[in-house]
Design a protein around this ligand. Structure first.
Ligand SMILES: *[C@@H]1O[C@H](CO)[C@@H](O)[C@H](O)[C@H]1NC(C)=O
Ligand SMILES: *[C@@H]1O[C@H](CO)[C@@H](O)[C@H](O)[C@H]1NC(C)=O
Length: 222
């Protein structure tokens, strides 16, 4: 849905770029930052958060464009800045801004994704204009990023769970055969366990009777 909407905008880019290096906004806004509303990526993976911006006024001859990103909420902490260069310590060596000065689009690459990276990311643009001096604007909604659990790990956890099924005549334990193996007890086995214990009880009783009999026999001989 985003692409068909973006295409007419992109077709306008070459003509507007000749016009003082600025891309006018398609909407009625004087300036705008466009980002996808929602993205998701697996833990440990990486994600490109694409952005584009426009300005309907005239930028200065040297617009000194600068891009920054903040997270959490609209007024959240800064995590990245082009000039002066800055990267938040939670993102050290994990952020790359794929953008060249003068371009109206780019992307923020976050790699080695962690669960804590689930947040909203806001792109902010600054540039110097001919009439209004330095201007800055930011995406209002930002991009909400969801970090998903590694699917492979989840599958591994699922296969190693043990299921115990009990039916009237058998008990079977099944699970990951490589590590657990599987075994089942039949009624015969259960009966033989019961028999063994009965035999054992009889043997004890027998022994008691034998000892008593032997003792009384001994008393008689005296
Ligand atoms: C930057 O974006 C371009 C176009 O999307 C892509 O080909 C390139 O690999 C990206 N570079 C980095 C470092 O991500
Ligand atoms: C800018 O947008 C164009 C068209 O969608 C795309 O091909 C290019 O990779 C983008 N540049 C960056 C740096 O993402």
């Amino acid at each position: 849905m985003g692409l068909p909407l973006l295409l007419p905008l992109l077709l306008l880019l070459p003509t507007s770029l000749q016009d003082g290096g600025s891309a006018k906004c398609k909407s009625n806004n004087i300036y705008e930052v466009i980002q996808p509303e929602h993205l998701s990526a697996p833990e440990g993976g990486s994600i490109h958060i694409p952005f584009s911006f426009c300005y309907s006024g005239n930028p200065a001859k040297d617009p000194r464009e600068s891009i920054s990103w903040r997270w959490g909420h609209f007024h959240g902490e800064f995590i990245y800045n082009t000039t002066p260069p800055f990267t938040h310590e939670d993102f050290k060596n994990r952020l790359v801004l794929n953008w060249t000065k003068g371009a109206r689009n780019g992307s923020l690459l976050i790699s080695n994704l962690r669960k804590e990276d689930s947040s909203t990311y806001f792109c902010r643009v600054q540039l110097t204009t001919q009439k209004e001096g330095r201007q800055l604007w930011q995406s209002i909604l930002g991009t909400s990023l969801t970090i998903t659990r590694d699917t492979e790990k989840t599958t591994m956890r699922a296969t190693s769970t043990i299921t115990i099924t009990t039916t009237t005549d058998s008990v079977s334990v099944s699970g990951d055969k490589r590590s657990l193996g599987s075994c089942s007890f039949s009624t015969e086995a259960a009966v033989s366990v019961a028999m063994t214990s009965t035999v054992f009880k009889i043997a004890i009783l027998g022994l008691i009777f034998y000892l008593r009999w032997k003792r009384s026999k001994g008393l008689q001989t005296k």
